[in-house]
Ligand binder design. Sequence first.
Ligand code: MF3
Ligand code: CO
Length: 248
Amino acid sequence: MIILKSKEEVEKIATASRIVAASLLALKDYIKPGMTTQLLDTFVEKEIIRKGGIPAFKGYRNYPATLCVSVNEVIVHGIPSDRVIQEGDIVGIDLGVIYEGFYGDAAITVPVGEISPEVARLLEVTEKSLYAGIEQGKVGGRLSDISHAVQSCVEPEGYSIVTDFVGHGIGRSLHEEPQIPNFGPKGKGPRLKEGMVFAIEPMVNMGGPEVSVMDDGWTAVTSDGSLSAHFEHTIAITQNGPKILSQV
Ligand code: MF3
Ligand code: CO
């Protein structure tokens, strides 16, 4: 069952999501070569608490940190550690916040210093596919229209969609129904209604789509070692179209 949210509830998810967005932007500015991924976690945790939010990922299924930091070949769920960020890395930063009992969730992938045009294109296409998916968040449309739009944006560029992880409904829980794959035919699944709130999150690999999960039980890497990018927004379906909540 997809839980519909009232205007007041959407506003709380929006506040949580704005804290996420502002903290990700602050972190984007803060990241420099030579920093450990652990330092990023410490920085962002302080930011969200200062803004009145509570870390949403910490303790979720025993996840040990506030931030997921996914460097280069790490797709998602990289655990902050003593890994040192290098010039030329791409760093996925994924953050969830709770505000008055409601969740917000968003992610960006940021280049550190100079990256090649090829790698820049991976980031651009992945972000563009997120916006293509969001655009399909229309009352009366179908859930899989979102999925199909993401896939149609990515595959012609020669990249692979990760199918092992999907987007999700969000509200009083981090993960609610429905699951939102980043692939599939259009015109399937539930009709979209005002009050639905979704986290849409394409994960795109430069090489093949295969995923390996490391022994820590979390860190998901590309099996072929190729680079991977991830962008995510929390959005609300409204009569006036999709509304991105995770922006400042
Ligand atoms: N954005 C990711 C998701 O929705 C992050 C979850 S990390 C976890 O699944 F630790 F909370 F699981
Ligand atoms: Co998410």
